[in-house]
Design a protein around this ligand. Structure first.
Ligand code: ZN
Ligand code: ZN
Length: 394
């Protein structure tokens, strides 16, 4: 293997691209897949790239990497920091891309040792929750073999080289909901001529707090956050409307459905209670719960323990962040195993852990300081994908 993966990684990190704009990244992935003998499809779901390596009778294994960066101004001080000012690989998707390139090349070189079909999938736009769905909507599984298992990894603030998948619900669902309530504006001195959308919005915010407290069972968890509340222009004007921006998280589709139904019910009922018209309820970004199939997860974790040692394999627990990789597995009717790959310098991490300062000292994903160490993160990411894929291939 002649590819210098560390150089590939530094180049990707230096040249991040936003969601659905990953044309340069996609071209790099396609070039490496072609060089490794894959049949390559490009432009799937706008900027997605898929490589298919047919190697005789056997299972079909899909390895997935997301490609997009974030609108973050990089502050890592790295000599390979972003040259695309205001755009940064702050979630480490560059690690995923470099790792999958390395794994695809290695599995191709080792193709005498396994049978089946290997799919290397480079997905656009994970950060906006639209990339996996756009590939599916573009006929992904009519164009490539349907996988028997979907595997992937996400780099995170754990010691570099550590690996672990949480069985069952592993990443929360996330739904962004925008609600506009309509009152009737007027002079601040004459409330009797108005329907005040500020009071209406305030009632909604308070009533929303009762969903988790009073409608969700104690054994379940959910989050209802109003992160945006906008109304009015001047102290003595009662405005016409108010806007609320919500973020909803859950670890179970039933809970997710119940919470969203309750949000709609409360927004409509509070509007009615104010004598206001029907509110406008709009759905923006949406991610389902990411569920690691328990048996497949145990099988993969056993491979990791054998390959990398017990000490390298951990259970990261449930992550409150969200992912759209699960859509690729659900649409295929296949199990998903999606693991965390540690990227933080091990010494720094252990020092912070013993001081109890991991939260403040170890930059998390989406931070302008997020900077996975190249060694051993990239090579471990490749090895994890290769060993997991080999377990599932014939
Ligand atoms: Zn992210
Ligand atoms: Zn991410």
């Amino acid at each position: 293997m002649t590819t210098d993966l560390h150089a590939v990684y530094r180049d990707l990190h230096q040249n991040p691209e936003l969601s659905f704009e990953e044309t340069r990244t996609a071209a790099i992935a396609a070039r490496h897949l072609e060089g490794a003998g894959f049949e390559v499809l490009t432009g799937i779901g706008r900027t997605g790239v898929v490589g298919v390596l047919r190697n005789g009778e056997g299972p079909t294994v899909l390895l997935r990497a997301d490609m997009d960066a974030l609108p973050v101004l990089e502050d890592t001080g790295l000599d390979y920091a972003s040259v695309n000012v205001g755009v940064m690989h702050a979630c480490g998707h560059d690690v995923h891309v470099a790792g999958l390139i390395g794994a695809a090349e290695q599995l191709s070189a080792e193709r005498g040792e396994w049978r089946g079909t290997l799919i290397a999938l480079f997905q656009p736009a994970e950060e906006v929750g639209g990339g996996a769905q756009s590939m599916l909507d573009d006929g992904l599984y009519e164009r490539i073999p349907v996988p028997d298992v979907v595997l992937g990894q996400h780099v995170g603030p754990a010691p570099a080289g550590a690996l672990g998948a949480h069985p069952g619900p592993a990443f929360a669902s996330a739904d962004s909901i925008d609600i506009t309530v309509y009152g009737r504006g007027g002079h601040g001195s004459r409330p009797e001529t108005t329907i005040d959308p500020v009071v209406l919005a305030a009632s909604i915010v308070l009533r929303l707090q009762t969903i988790v407290a009073r409608e969700i069972a104690p054994r379940d968890t959910a989050v209802v956050t109003v992160g945006r509340l906008v109304a009015g222009t001047k102290n003595n004007i009662i405005p016409n409307h108010a806007e609320l921006g919500l973020s909803i998280r859950a670890y179970n589709e039933d809970v997710r459905t119940r919470v969203i139904a309750a949000v709609e019910r409360i927004a409509r009922a509070e509007s009615a209670a104010s004598g206001a018209p029907e509110p406008l309820i709009e759905y923006a970004e949406s991610f389902p719960v990411t569920v690691n199939e328990p048996a497949a997860t145990e099988r993969t974790s056993a491979v990791f323990r054998k390959a990398f040692g017990e000490a390298s394999v951990l259970d990261p627990g449930q992550v409150s962040g969200s992912e759209d990789v699960g859509l690729l597995a659900t649409a295929a009717g296949a199990p998903l195993v999606y693991w965390i790959l540690g990227g933080a310098d091990a010494q720094t991490y252990l020092a912070a852990a013993s001081a109890g300062t991991v939260e403040t000292d170890i930059p998390s994903n989406h931070s302008p300081f997020f900077a996975p160490v190249i060694d051993p993160t990239i090579d471990r990411g490749v090895a994890a994908l290769v060993s997991a894929a080999r377990e599932w291939l014939g």
